[in-house]
Ligand binder design. Sequence first.
Ligand code: KG4
Ligand code: ZN
Length: 367
Amino acid sequence: MYVPSSVCLPYTLCMRILGIETSCDETAAAIVENGTHVKSCVISSQRQKFSDRGGVIPEDAAREQVLCMLPVLRTCLEESGDTPQSIDAIAVTKGPGLLGSLLVGTTTARTLAALWKKPLIGVHHTLGHLSSVWLCDTAQPANSNQQPAFPILTLSASGGHSDLWCRSSHTKGTLLGSTRDDAAGEAFDKGAKLLGLPYPGGPSIAKAAEGGDPHAHAFPLPLRNDPSLDFSFSGLKTSLRYLLSDLQFCTPNALSSIEDIAASYQQAICAHLIDRIVRALHQHYDIREVHLVGGVSANTVLRATLQAALGKSFPNVALRYPTKLIYCTDNAAMIAAAGEFLVQEHDEKAFEAFETTASLPLAMAIA
Ligand code: KG4
Ligand code: ZN
């Protein structure tokens, strides 16, 4: 257990946690109170830089993390008006992600924890996303017109993962299914590349799809006859490649059809995600709440189509997703929130020593 000797653990009170997230190409720091109230949330993104290069280059991302970490931390503390004395603990992403980038965050967090004599909480990146739904800018928790109605079915869909969880509490539950190949965000990113659209692919495809006909091109529904709750997106990407070669698609000359292709491809990804959610709800009758989290949860077509599907077949099941787009994609507020929930539910165990790891099994995200 990593607890500096002179530290007392303040976990019985509402905590104010400094969160740090550096798992990929964003350098992020946030101060969150009580696991929900975001006092500051600062993100320095390298997206534009990597957008020009078609994807993230790990060594460059790590180098940029080193340059951005301290300015981001300084701005974060200035915006919340906090000092080292007013912070109760530090939470940091321990993995999975790009090792060089992760090490910048964890080394900074370990150093600050030792200097400021604060307890340190290592957080699985996915648990951060799972905790993002309650984040808000006021002391009143987001989505808090009622207490969290566990068990909650959560789809966590990002560039690196697509998983379906049945959670019995903030940090406990079961992994019902995960992707067998590409993640949903990866399907957007790779699809965008094929279409000649910029990285990250989710927002570019969503934008290109505006005004397009989602039924213009038929894509298969992946794992249609597979009884599991797993995902598979590589077939959709291959179908898109075949479609483009069938159409002898050439981006600069075929602008009129990009809208329809993007809309149909986006619809196919959303249909697969929603098919798995609906199957899960048929198998788990006690679920009264569905959460969408991760970068792909920013997709408005996914939100609207899922809301319609729930309204039709499961009218008593509420749908929730993060209240702001910045809480869908990678941010440090979700890591601070997860840190708070780990302390609330696991006491001192939350402060155990941890390693910084590029590959951290999904099963280790929650207890
Ligand atoms: O959670 P996130 O910021 O980073 C990871 O943990 O991977 O998710 C990034 C992913 C990217 O693949 C991006 O294309 C996707 O989320 N994404 C979206 C949208 N915004 C971001 N996918 C679909 N629609 C969006 N609006
Ligand atoms: Zn993420």
